[in-house]
Structures are given as structure tokens and as C-alpha cells.
Design a protein around this ligand. Structure first.
Ligand SMILES: Cc1cn([C@H]2C[C@H](O)[C@@H](COP(=O)(O)OP(=O)(O)O[C@H]3O[C@@H](C)C(=O)[C@@H](O)[C@H]3O)O2)c(=O)[nH]c1=O
Length: 185
């Protein structure tokens, strides 16, 4: 078993590929390994694990982040179905400020997205009833939550499918202000 860490065009965002071993019984994969992820985690600890189920193809959740001092790293996997996972760089002074990167996650490709503090995260469902597993390095703190709207022209994400469903909250996030200089992380 081993995990391959691939850097993305946004510094601090990684795709991690885990080998998935299949036989006549089914599949086996390592989802988390403190030793193999040490270069990414850099002393951070996983303090919360969340799971979500999203029914509809085309549904979008996000894009969410937490403001400092509750900023967090998220490690995201797809346990069932298939999703298109997106990270947006919101860090002040970053050379990729307001750029986005995406990758497909599924149990079959064994891929995990690692999203660093100061980046927003969201995803679109590509197969009905997709389930995600999140590992978080900070506790959920609703009062420190921030968001980027899925269709914010300042970021201009190109979603693979028409957006079929959003939560009330996600539909109504304000657009980024023109004066937004980024998060101080
Ligand atoms: C994220 C979260 C939500 N909740 C509650 C709040 C609410 O009643 C219910 C659903 O929350 P939300 O509508 O915020 O769920 P959702 O829109 O799925 O939020 C998630 O979106 C993706 C993109 C992420 O990156 C996640 O970290 C998380 O922010 O669960 C918790 O109790 N703990 C948590 O850690």
C-alpha cells in the first residue's frame, strides 16, 4: 500500500492517489496514513471526520472555508459514486489568488483532494447518491464560515454539468467584493 502525493497548480493543494487493491471479494484501500501524509500534514492533526450524501447528479455543495483562527486543512475522498472536486485559492499574496483547480474523485480512482487553509472547497455530483468523507484539521465553527458563490464571475468555475441543486445558503452567498484582497493565513 502506498500513497502518491501530486502537487497541483495551486500551492498547498494536492491530489493523493492511494492504491486500490481489487479481488473477487471486492476492494481494499488505505484512506489515511499519518506517516505517508507527513509531508502534507506537517504536524497538523485530524480533529473531525464528516460524511455527506448527495442524491442528485449536478448538485453542488460549496464553496466553503473557515476564517482564521479556525482555518482548516481538509482531506476529501469519495466513498460512493463520483464527484468533481474543486479548490479555490483565497490567500492574500498567493500567486494563484482566485484561481481554481479541480479533479474527479471516486472510490475506483482512490484519489483524495487535500485543500489547505485559505482555500475554499466545493464539489459537483457526477453520479447519483455520491458520498464524501472529509477529514478536518479544525473543528466546525459555524460563526467563522465563509463562502464563495458557485457562479462568482471573479473565480469563473466551469462546472462539468448544469447545476441542478444548491442549498438555500449556497445559492445566496454574496459575490466577492472587488476590494477583497484575500485571507491572511
Ligand atoms: C460542515 C458541518 C455541518 N454541520 C451541520 C450544519 C447543518 O445543519 C448541516 C448541513 O451543513 P451544511 O449545509 O453546511 O453542509 P454542506 O453544504 O455539505 O457543507 C459542506 O460543504 C462542503 C463543500 C465542505 O467543504 C464541507 O466542509 C462542508 O462545509 O450540518 C455540522 O453539524 N458539522 C459540520 O462540520
Amino acid at each position: 500500500m502506498s500513497m502518491r502525493i501530486l502537487a497541483c497548480e495551486i500551492d498547498g493543494v494536492y491530489q493523493v492517489e492511494s492504491s486500490v487493491v481489487a479481488d473477487s471479494r471486492g476492494r481494499f484501500a488505505r484512506l489515511y496514513c499519518e506517516d505517508e501524509l507527513a509531508a502534507v500534514l506537517m504536524q497538523r492533526k485530524i480533529v473531525q471526520v464528516n460524511r455527506s450524501l448527495t442524491h442528485k447528479c449536478g448538485a453542488v455543495r460549496g464553496l466553503h472555508f473557515q476564517y482564521p483562527p479556525h482555518a482548516e486543512m481538509k482531506l476529501v475522498r469519495c466513498l460512493k459514486g463520483r464527484v468533481w472536486d474543486v479548490a479555490v485559492d483565497l490567500r492574500a499574496g498567493s500567486p494563484t489568488f482566485l484561481k481554481w483547480t479541480a479533479c474527479e474523485l471516486s472510490p475506483e480512482n482512490g484519489r483524495m483532494m487535500v485543500i489547505q487553509e485559505g482555500c475554499a472547497h466545493g464539489f459537483q455530483v457526477l453520479e447519483p447518491d455520491s458520498e464524501l468523507l472529509y477529514l478536518h484539521t479544525a473543528a466546525y465553527t459555524p460563526e467563522s464560515e465563509g463562502a464563495v458563490r458557485f457562479d462568482d464571475p471573479a473565480v469563473a468555475i466551469v462546472w462539468p454539468l448544469p447545476v441542478s441543486e444548491l442549498s438555500e445558503r449556497d445559492r445566496n452567498h454574496p459575490l466577492l467584493d472587488k476590494s477583497f484582497q484575500g485571507l491572511m493565513i
